[in-house]
Write a protein that binds this ligand. Structure first.
Ligand code: FES
Length: 106
């Protein structure tokens, strides 16, 4: 099982603005919905764009390139042109720090 990695302070994750961080060698985007913070792969499944450059709309993150939308909670595609979802990583917040774990290979 992979270790938890501290990736940001919770106050750095603003409600309207995705935050790009690194999880070991992988790009991850953090996004806030109320008190919850979600961590998804920062790589659009449509054509490989950094999704962290997009915006947060109605509980989803929208790719800046062609507008595909992915659910922040589940990673599922809510709007094309992407058809494959994004991985959502486990997140925990301790003492104001955001920790993420890469569970893809567990
Ligand atoms: S690269 Fe993201 S929608 Fe096309």
């Amino acid at each position: 099982m992979s270790d938890w990695v501290r990736v940001a302070r919770a106050e750095e994750v603003q409600a309207e603005t995705p935050l790009a961080v690194s999880l070991d060698d992988d790009a991850v985007v953090l996004a806030r919905l109320g008190n919850d913070i979600f961590a998804l792969e920062d790589l659009c499944t449509h054509d490989g764009s950094d999704i962290s450059g997009g915006c947060i709309v109605e509980g989803a993150i929208e790719c800046p390139r062609h507008g595909a939308r992915f659910c922040l909670r589940t990673g599922e595609v809510l709007s094309p042109p992407a058809y494959e979802g994004l991985h959502v990583f486990p997140v925990k917040i301790e003492d104001g720090d955001v920790w993420v774990r890469d569970d893809r290979w567990d």
